[in-house]
Design a protein around this ligand. Structure first.
Ligand SMILES: NC(=O)c1ccc[n+]([C@@H]2O[C@H](COP(=O)([O-])OP(=O)(O)OC[C@H]3O[C@@H](n4cnc5c(N)ncnc54)[C@H](OP(=O)(O)O)[C@@H]3O)[C@@H](O)[C@H]2O)c1
Length: 506
């Protein structure tokens, strides 16, 4: 999976250098890779946007924001070293002349460095610019292959707004770059515990034999946030929770949890098995969408002196918007391994807790003498993705001092950063390091993205057809009542900190 080394010399071009993503995630991640000394030996970053006057203007802006974004890591000395590699070009994505200037600039830098560069074009822009920029790069010859797999094109999620736009963008992009040059971001794939899922499953003897319908009762993949939509109303009101979270992050986690063992740990084999899972997702039609899907939207709430706005009161959101800020979905994967095992997905904004976790709940076919009203609790495997990272295992033991009382206890593994790093590398650091190495297993393949869109598109169409509108839930609550019923009607509960044993470290 991680065999290649980063090249010696790389030019890294960011389309959208002033955007929120670049400033909050991308450039800080590059800075941290520079501090860790794992950037290519000769590295130049060229940022492109319209709003800065020149390089100094761009650098001044970064110098103001980086120390706040990276208080633990930022030092004047490291910054001096990093900024000497930053260049800036004012450019409009829609104008051809800009791409010619970009090509000239890249050639100048390459000539000065005396090393042939590998090039990365990172599209940190709205998806509508993907085909525009790809065409601009093609017309100026910046798509020409220098070596197999180069130049690399990195595309942010969401890839399109629906299946049609995703197919349209993909056709245009793959006309210009082969799949081996394309890196589609789903930043959850850069998170430490998501990368750990396959290691846990396949590097431990005790998980795989019981990883199936015979032993597992249900699997819950949950990602909730306390925050609302911040300043992203314009984007979010078009997207909603299904597009923003389910189509990408939740289905990627599901694929890693549910996939068959790959033939080997190569990118191609892992991707192949993930795609098979995403191909097996059920179609939720108008006849069964209501019993399997709950949508919600947060309403305002007074908290002390403060008023927390409802979704429809947020900036850049239509006052009568019916965009969902919450989604809960029950689905079955129709294959031999998972037949009859429900997968429950849940995500939402302005909920009680910020949490991304995967709960694997095992069956309770205990010894006959232990079944009945006082039956021990189900075993639970909890994969903690954020904010804490680690794994907990709930199992049963005799309570100390009692004759026969059985109580759940926990084994807890907390993922810790290596001492020299101060903190676990952020997802974007991992992804960028993977990008330089050419590790495409950390990025999504088109076929998987397409299957995810097919699932979400059919769900959205069915929901529209039966007029499944989002149920209101109060900001800071646990979400719509209907989500509780979705799982309780099957005599199960959503797992969270509140209902797991009080000794739980979760
Ligand atoms: N923000 C996040 O945390 C986040 C997380 C995950 C994924 N994403 C995805 O990443 C992408 C970028 O998001 P973002 O939040 O960074 O967007 P954004 O804040 O709107 O930034 C867009 C960037 O594109 C530039 N731009 C727009 N039109 C341009 C044009 N015609 N010519 C030249 N530059 C132009 C803007 O620069 P000017 O203002 O100078 O035009 C800005 O630098 C989106 O696809 C988003 O869904 C974002």
């Amino acid at each position: 999976m991680k065999k290649n080394k980063a090249p010696n010399s790389t030019q890294f071009v960011i389309f959208g250098g002033s955007g929120d993503l670049s400033r909050a995630k991308l450039i800080p991640a590059l800075f941290k890779l520079s501090v860790r000394d794992i950037l290519p030996r000769q590295f130049s970053l060229i940022a492109l946007d319209r709003q800065h006057e020149n390089r100094k203007d761009f650098i001044d802006d970064l110098e103001n924001s980086l120390p706040e974004t990276l208080p633990e890591v930022f030092t004047r000395e490291e910054w001096k070293n990093f900024k000497s590699n930053i260049d800036y070009l004012k450019l409009d994505f829609n104008q051809e002349a800009g791409y010619r200037r970009l090509q000239e600039r890249l050639n100048e830098i390459e000539t000065a460095s005396e090393l042939p560069s590998k090039r990365v074009f990172y599209l940190a822009t709205s998806p509508k610019f993907f085909p525009v920029i790809a065409t601009g790069l093609q017309k100026s010859g910046l798509n020409n292959t220098t070596q197999p797999g180069w130049p690399r094109l990195v595309i942010e999620k969401p890839f399109g707004h629906d299946l049609n736009t995703a197919c349209e963008y993909n056709d245009r992009i793959t006309d210009i770059y082969p799949e081996e040059n394309i890196y589609r971001i789903d930043h959850y794939l850069g998170k430490a515990m998501i990368q750990n899922i396959l290691t846990m499953r396949f590097a431990n003897m005790f998980f795989e034999p019981i990883w199936n319908k015979n032993y597992i009762d249900n699997i819950q993949i949950i990602s909730t946030e306390r925050m609302g939509i911040k300043n992203r109303g314009k984007y979010y009101d078009r997207a909603g929770a299904l597009l923003d979270m389910v189509q990408s992050h939740l289905l990627q986690m599901l694929a890693l949890i549910a996939m068959e063992p790959p033939a080997d740990m190569s990118t191609a084999s892992i991707r192949q098995e993930k795609i098979k899972v995403l191909c097996s997702l059920p179609e939720l039609g108008p006849e069964n969408v209501e019993e399997n899907v709950v949508l919600g939207q947060y309403s305002g709430r007074k908290e002390g002196q403060e008023y927390i706005k409802g979704y429809q009161e947020e900036d850049n959101v239509r006052p009568d918007s019916s965009t969902e800020t919450f989604a809960a979905i029950k689905l079955n994967i129709d294959n031999l391994r998972w037949q009859g095992v429900p997968f429950y997905l849940k995500t939402g904004k302005r909920l009680q807790t910020k949490n991304t976790k995967i709960f694997v709940q095992f069956k309770t076919d205990f010894h006959p003498s232990l079944r009945g009203a006082d039956s021990p609790e189900a075993n639970l495997l909890i994969i903690k993705v954020q904010p804490r990272e680690g794994v907990s295992l709930q199992f049963n033991a005799k309570e100390p001092g009692s004759q026969d009382k059985i109580a759940p206890v926990f084994m807890d593994f907390c993922q810790e950063a290596p001492r020299e790093l101060k903190e676990t590398p952020a997802a974007y650091e991992e992804l960028l390091a993977g990008l330089f190495r050419g590790d495409q297993s950390l990025f999504t393949h088109w076929q998987g993205v397409k299957n995810s869109w097919q699932f979400i598109d059919s769900l959205r169409k069915s929901a529209e057809k039966i007029d499944l509108t989002p149920e209101k839930y109060e900001a800071g609550s646990r979400g719509p009542e209907a989500a509780k019923n979705l799982i309780q009607s099957e005599s199960r509960i959503w797992w969270d900190r509140k209902n797991i044993n009080r000794h739980s470290p979760v």
